[in-house]
Design a protein around this ligand. Structure first.
Ligand code: PLP
Length: 419
């Protein structure tokens, strides 16, 4: 059996599994499910062949791309279904995603502006003036990071500071500009204990610096900065430097009382918090993300806009924000995954980085490439994209309970074989 990176949801089986899986996403495993799982584990262990993951071909355990194994909210699917017959029309925004974002992120919005026709506004009644909110919606947060790079770095005579290792999207864009002959400086500041070294990042700022990027929790290390650390950092950064705080994985932080950087973005004109619907909300293929930032930053970004998020994505996003059940369930799945791995890695004597995200880095103690290949042959996909810096480590993304068991079984086999 061979596997491809391509997502194939074309078989009736996987389509059915996607729908039932997504619709059941609100419910935890039943007692019968748990007993069946315990039985299979006791009788020699699950293999990838037992797995029909949501959104992937049967027999593939895809734990490489930091996706949500339980799929999107059923409410998001319903919103897509309700809106799909309108896609022959240009959309001018029928829902209230701004209201839903404001509620989710605890931000108070100014009242909506009057419509140009004097009525309550919409197509047919009249256009609204653009609502001034702190939200800047894009087709995925990757697109937003590109737009930030264009707006703040592509003129040349600029500099970006990012952690090494960090997500690296903005410095990656900067590399493209360098190749195109632009004068863009890239400063990569080594992490300390796998965490952003904010003092060193601050010390690296020069008069040329345009952007500093923080990924929190960090990818790939999964480490977390406190609100206070970030607040102190932002206060010390010159106001002409944009601080990007990428919170793609913020929803997986263990502490329910954790304070996010949202208030830094609403208080400081030079801070943007970026978020995505690709992770906890489970809809990466829809491409939806947003930034929380000042009107000044929005004006700069708008100049480099290359297209809006689509209507189905916006409807699905709005519905997801209102589905606390799916949100909590997604968090619980990740919590189980982390606890289970920590437990097993400890028993196996493997070093790992405790994670505040939906993935974890683990040191296999030997070159990871062969082990990863062998795991892939057995239907389990993980990544060692950072093999240059950490050649014996892999990053494994959350699976559901059964996928996590298969990952552990296959990892143990692969390690046993290559020892
Ligand atoms: C830290 C971080 N930021 C941003 C993104 C981009 O996410 P998307 O473009 O799907 O919103 C990713 C994707 O994995 C990520 O890991």
């Amino acid at each position: 059996m061979s596997y491809s990176m391509k997502e194939t949801v074309d078989t009736g089986l996987s389509r059915r599994r996607f729908l039932t899986g997504a619709l059941a996403a609100g419910a935890a495993l039943t007692l019968a499910d748990r007993l069946a799982l315990a039985q299979t584990m006791a009788s020699g262990g699950l293999t990838a062949k037992d797995i029909h993951g949501i959104g992937v071909e049967p027999g593939l355990v895809r734990m490489a791309l930091n996706e949500n194994p339980i799929g999107p909210s059923p409410r998001a699917l319903q919103a897509i279904a309700e809106n799909m017959f309108k896609i022959n029309r240009y959309s001018f925004g029928g829902g209230d995603i701004f209201g839903a974002l404001a509620e989710f992120d605890g931000i108070e919005l100014p009242p909506p502006p009057p419509s140009r026709s004097g009525g309550t506004g919409r197509m047919g009644g009249g256009f609204r003036f653009r609502r001034r909110t702190p939200f800047f919606i894009t087709a995925g947060s990757g697109a937003l990071l590109s737009q930030i790079s264009l707006a703040y770095l592509s003129k040349g005579g600029t500099e970006v500071i990012e952690a090494d290792m960090g997500y690296g999207d903005v410095s990656g864009e900067a590399e493209n500009y360098q190749e195109a002959g632009l004068d863009v400086n890239i400063v990569r500041v080594p992490v300390k204990d796998y965490k952003h070294d904010l003092d060193a990042m601050l010390g690296a700022i020069t008069p040329k610096t345009s952007v500093v990027v923080i990924t929190n929790p960090n990818n790939p290390t999964g480490t977390l900065l406190s609100f206070e650390e970030q607040e102190k950092f932002v206060a010390a950064v010159p106001e002409n430097v944009l601080v990007v705080i990428d919170e793609a994985y913020i929803h997986f932080v263990r502490d329910p009382e954790y304070k996010t950087a949202v208030s830094l973005a609403t208080r400081h004109d030079n801070v943007i918090v970026t978020r995505t619907f690709s992770k906890v909300f489970g809809m990466p293929a829809m491409r939806l993300g947003y930034g929380i930032c000042s009107q000044a930053v929005q004006e700069k970004l708008r100049f480099y806009s290359t297209g809006r998020a689509n209507a189905l994505a916006m409807a699905a996003g709005e519905a997801s924000l209102k589905d606390r059940n799916h949100y909590n369930r997604s968090r619980a799945v990740v919590q189980h995954f982390r606890d289970r791995l920590e437990d097993e890695f400890t028993k196996m004597g493997l070093e790992y980085i405790p994670s505040e995200s939906n993935f974890m880095m683990v040191d296999l103690g030997k070159p990871s490439m062969n082990i990863m290949r062998e795991m892939f042959q057995k239907g389990v996909m993980v990544t060692n994209r950072r093999r240059q810096q950490m050649p014996t480590w892999i990053r494994v993304s959350s699976g559901d309970e059964r996928e996590t068991e298969v990952f552990l079984n296959v990892l143990k086999e692969a390690l046993g074989k290559t020892s």
